[in-house]
Design a protein around this ligand. Structure first.
Ligand SMILES: *Cc1c(COP(=O)(O)O)cnc(C)c1O
Length: 241
């Protein structure tokens, strides 16, 4: 490795360690087990070398928001012999892209409408597999945000169970960006409350996962019950795009 590459790898390892410590501290503050929170390192726009550096520092869960960027990284990681890496598709899926979302992925986080879920179900069934998914919920109600309305989630989850090909594991949300991270707490609290209501109403379905929190607000998300936090810039640096 060149000096520059070594320095970059050391920076990523140090950033990861700092993020992990912050997650652990947030979990401890509210009496949650640290193991209950999975850190998804969002590697979008960063090269496979950075994924390898994070992997060397013990990171196993990685997130990408576009299938076009995910697949080349999946193949590159396989070619490098990194077989125990878990890929998460975290971005909104366009309906014509659902066939590409069927693959060796740990979780699809942002299924935002029944139409997308139904296409994914169809494509997964055609491929003979079942894709684990989260339903994205538009908690803030902002028109610009994707996601199911809270009152649509239960009926949609039941419908999806009938369809097969996808298995709902829980909920995801994108909080609006707030200059003051504390301002996002009500959004996370509402998503967790919705999950608890759904688990009480429909215990036959699975509601265990809550994907919420990014660089700006992941500690608050952990305090409010996140089981998956999606952190990019705090690990890999600010993105140009
Ligand atoms: C990019 C992205 C993230 C990570 O964002 P950071 O602010 O860099 O941590 C998380 N979730 C989704 C859906 C993203 O697209």
């Amino acid at each position: 490795m060149s000096n520059e590459a070594e320095e970059r790898a050391a920076t990523i390892a140090a950033n990861l360690s700092a993020v992990r410590q912050r997650i652990a501290a947030a979990a401890t503050r509210v009496g949650r087990a640290v193991e209950a929170v999975t850190l998804v390192a969002v590697s979008k726009t960063y090269p496979i070398e950075d994924v390898v550096s994070a992997y060397a520092a013990g990171q196993r869960d990685f997130g990408e928001n576009r299938v076009e960027e995910l697949w080349p990284k999946v193949h590159a990681a396989q070619a490098l012999g990194l077989h125990d890496l878990r890929w998460h598709l975290i971005g909104t899926l366009q309906s014509r892209k659902t066939p590409e979302a069927v693959g060796p992925f740990a979780l699809i986080h942002a299924v935002d409408r029944l139409k997308i879920a139904a296409r994914l179900s169809r494509d997964a069934l055609a491929a003979g597999c079942t894709m684990p998914i989260l339903l994205e919920v538009n908690i803030s109600g902002e028109a610009s945000k994707h996601g199911f309305r809270p009152d649509e989630v239960l009926a949609s989850a039941h419908e999806l169970r009938e369809m097969g090909g996808v298995q709902v594991k829980g909920l995801m949300t994108m909080a609006p960006y707030e200059a003051e991270p504390e301002a996002t707490r009500p959004v996370f609290r509402e998503l967790a409350a919705l999950r608890d209501q759904l688990a009480a109403k429909a215990p036959e379905l699975e509601w265990s996962e809550l994907s919420m929190g990014m660089t700006n607000d992941f500690e608050i998300a952990v305090e409010e019950g996140a089981t998956l936090v999606r952190v990019g810039s705090a690990i890999f640096g600010a993105r140009e795009t």
